[in-house]
Design a protein around this ligand. Structure first.
Ligand SMILES: NC(=O)c1ccc[n+]([C@@H]2O[C@H](COP(=O)([O-])OP(=O)(O)OC[C@H]3O[C@@H](n4cnc5c(N)ncnc54)[C@H](O)[C@@H]3O)[C@@H](O)[C@H]2O)c1
Ligand SMILES: [Zn+2]
Length: 352
């Protein structure tokens, strides 16, 4: 097992290894001063892993409740959130008790937001079961739900007490969800120069989960420690996301997040070559890696349509926009541009 310690407003461990769900009570018991645990999961993950975790926690003497909702992004809503906090209230949860989120990013975001806000914050354990949640959503403290008008519009920063990443759970992940997580891993390999790029080029990610997830979590940890509340450096984690978010929105969310980010990374890199910020060789290396993970798709939307979506992205302030531009493999920088300039970048990135 690997452990990455995050020293943010709360200090906590991210543990990455095998068999953590089977013995979840051992991991959790030292963190508990109360008796009650609310296991939050979606229907799919609950059937696979949630039930097992409930049994183990009950056998260890905890009073365990479960809150299970239909899988999918549609559940990341104020409606599901209010059902969850109402259940915490009706079961008389106090601040000594614990919420345990077992699932992908939808579960960790929703349960994180509920734990952060119920009685102004109760204990939270993250058990990511998707690759994307393991390398990204479960670490760093961002949580939230969607509004019908926009994704992630409601949320807080709230760090968990521990993150338990059981790589055995990733075995049942559908291939498209694996691919989605790979896109975020490729992103990390482009922003930090520590050999991750070569590691995932020369090895299939799923063959080296423990090492690769640990490296990604370490990279994220470093950005979170430097800028927990996303006021500066943490923005680097948004490589590929400005255009990626616009692609997601233009597709009416039929293109999943990771795949959209991959399109965004390829597009911004293409534009960076034309603008003289990085070499054609860098672009080719990135494209080859994206291709290797079945993530090389065209930017098939109209530049004006993408631009409309960029304008409403919550990461934008006043007339300016910060975009993450690649310099080389493992090295990116943040550039502030006028929103209007972004259209040029999108066109150079290959939009219609
Ligand atoms: N808070 C953050 O920092 C952060 C970062 C990145 C993404 N996110 C959020 O994460 C969400 C996306 O996360 P996601 O891609 O994990 O989506 P998800 O939670 O919807 O999971 C994807 C699908 O995989 C299934 N699944 C999960 N684990 C499984 C397993 N082990 N075996 C079989 N099926 C499994 C789920 O039931 C679901 O159908 C988005 O809402 C996004 O906004 C948050
Ligand atoms: Zn992302």
């Amino acid at each position: 097992m690997q452990t990455v310690t995050v020293n943010a407003s709360k200090k906590y461990d991210v543990r990455i290894g095998t068999g953590l769900v089977d013995n979840i009570s051992e991991q959790i018991a030292p963190l508990m001063s109360g008796k009650k645990i609310m296991v939050v999961s979606d229907d799919k993950v609950f059937a696979l892993y949630g039930k097992k975790a409930v049994d183990d926690l009950e056998n260890a003497g905890f009073t365990v409740f479960s809150f299970v909702f239909p899988n999918g992004e549609d559940s990341k809503s104020l409606e599901t959130y209010s059902k969850l906090v109402e259940q915490l209230f009706s079961e008389e949860f106090s601040r000594k008790d614990l919420v345990v989120a077992i699932g992908g990013g939808v579960v960790t975001d929703l349960a994180g937001f509920a734990a952060a806000t119920y009685q102004r914050g109760i204990g939270l354990v993250m058990v990511p079961t998707s690759l994307l949640a393991a390398v990204d959503a479960s670490v760093g403290g961002k949580n939230g739900v969607n509004l019908p008008q926009g994704k992630n519009q409601i949320g807080t920063f709230y760090q968990p007490s521990v993150v338990l990443c059981d790589i055995n759970t990733l075995e049942t992940l559908p291939v498209e969800e694996y691919t989605n997580g790979c896109a975020e891993i490729i992103k990390y390999s482009m922003i930090v120069n520590d050999g991750l790029f070569e590691l995932i080029r020369d090895n299939e990610i799923r063959e080296k989960y423990e090492e690769i997830i640990t490296r990604c979590v370490t990279i994220k940890r470093d950005f979170v420690e430097a800028d927990e509340f996303d006021l500066g450096k943490r923005m680097m984690l948004n490589f590929g996301h400005t255009i990626g978010h616009a692609v997601e929105a233009c597709s009416n969310y039929t293109i999943p997040h990771g795949r959209a980010v991959a399109i965004g990374m390829a597009a911004i890199t293409k534009a960076a070559v034309v603008n003289g910020y990085c070499t054609e060789d860098t672009r080719m290396q990135l494209d080859e890696l994206l291709e290797q993970y079945n993530l090389l798709d065209d930017l098939k939307y109209k530049a004006e349509d993408l631009m409309e979506r960029v304008k409403v992205d919550k990461k934008n302030s006043s007339g300016m926009l910060r975009i993450v531009i690649p310099k080389a493999i493992g090295s990116c920088w943040i550039k502030e541009i006028y929103k209007e300039e972004c259209l040029k970048w999108i066109v150079l990135g290959g939009a219609r």
